[in-house]
Design a protein around this ligand. Structure first.
Ligand code: KG4
Ligand code: ZN
Length: 351
């Protein structure tokens, strides 16, 4: 008997939670074990230029830019994928957490599309997008999902720092979070102290690579008997160092700060691996684009004989492709898409 060919579904995903207007089209073929997604297009319109003169994201300006960009970005995602609205099966949209003026633009736009086309909506938690983003490319490992779970997932972005235990493809538990600044926020604030351009994370990353004698900074909460993080004390240590040793080259401060942040993140991730007998580690969120963090976790997981999953850098920072991947996992896990009337943006949505 010839097995029936898996039926393909098309997802249009929209993301506007902060300062990137993004749309992506993915095709999803149902498979009993793993949701196989193929990305047909992924368009991201960055607002970096707009916000850089303010040194950070201005919510009202971000929302206005989303309003201007959302239609052309969505049109480009559809045309690049050689799709049109009638050929879409689902519309996925980020509904939180994020900046409420930004979230509303994407959510209301998706609801209007749903009303006009009759296509069902999938409201997606932005953090679920980061969580599932490293798993989108794993179709080749699906037959070995016993090598994936339990998985420890480190999510490090501009707004969040989380350590998550994924017990299987659908069950996860947040083990710890930051008690103050998120990792990306700390990179950005340190960059601001050093008068580096916005966004600071990539600048700190670049300069740190040039350093030869990194400054020694404290590792907050590295020995705490929990999986929470704290980065505001580290940022203050940089501030005091600058006050007391103003001649220190910027690169040595960047490297010292980065060493300390990466050490805390990697040490706690590996401790969770041991406690929960994890078979793999995943890394996601904007700070996952950091070379030192990627390399450190890659080497450490190799020493432990673990699988390590990290998306390419363009899938680490905010994008709609990861929201489409998360929607595919939600469908695979039995989620029933919603009518547009029930969808509402929630800036404080938790995982
Ligand atoms: O995930 P993301 O794009 O947005 C949020 O959901 O917050 O993360 C943005 C954060 C920013 O703080 C940015 O500075 C940081 O990710 N980031 C980096 C690097 N690239 C982006 N931090 C350190 N090293 C990088 N290479
Ligand atoms: Zn994000």
């Amino acid at each position: 008997m010839i097995a029936a060919k898996p039926q393909k579904k098309i997802i249009l995903a929209i993301e506007t939670s902060c300062d990137e207007t993004a749309a992506s089209v993915l095709s999803l073929s149902h498979d009993k074990q793993w949701p196989n997604t193929t990305t047909l297009s992924s368009i991201v319109k960055s607002q970096i230029q707009l916000h850089s003169k303010f040194g950070g994201v201005v919510p009202e300006a971000a929302a206005r830019a989303h309003v201007k960009n959302i239609l052309p970005v969505t049109q480009k995602a559809l045309s690049t994928a050689h799709c049109s609205l009638p050929t879409i099966d689902y519309i996925a949209v980020t509904v939180g957490p994020g900046l409420i003026p930004s979230l509303i633009v994407g959510a209301e736009f998706a609801k209007a599309l749903s009303l006009a086309t009759g296509k069902p909506l999938i409201p997606v938690n932005h953090m679920l997008g980061h969580l599932y983003s490293p798993l989108g490319q794993l179709s080749n490992i699906k037959s070995q999902s016993s090598n994936v779970f339990p998985m420890i997932s480190l999510i490090v972005s501009g707004g969040h720092t989380m350590l998550v235990l994924m017990k299987n493809i659908r069950d996860y538990q947040v083990l710890g979070e930051t008690v103050d600044d998120a990792a990306g926020e700390a990179f950005d604030k340190v960059a601001k102290l050093l008068k580096l351009p916005y966004p600071g994370g990539p600048e700190v990353n670049k300069l740190a690579m040039k350093a030869r004698h990194p400054v020694e900074f404290p590792r907050p909460m590295i020995n705490a008997k929990n999986y929470n993080f704290s980065f505001s004390g580290l940022k203050t240590a940089v501030l005091y160092h600058l006050r007391d040793h103003p001649q220190t080259p910027t690169a040595e401060i960047c490297a010292g700060f980065q060493d300390a942040a990466v050490d805390v993140l990697a040490t706690k991730t590996l401790r969770a691996v041991k406690e929960y007998k994890a078979k793999s580690v995943s890394l996601s969120g904007g700070v996952a684009a950091n070379q030192m963090l990627r390399n450190s976790l890659r080497l450490k997981t190799k020493d432990f004989g673990l699988n390590f999953f990290v998306p390419p850098s363009n899938l680490c920072t905010d994008n709609a492709e990861m929201m489409g991947i998360a929607a595919a996992f939600m469908l695979h896990n039995g989620y029933k898409p919603k009518n547009y009337k029930t969808i509402k943006a929630d800036p404080n949505l938790s995982l």
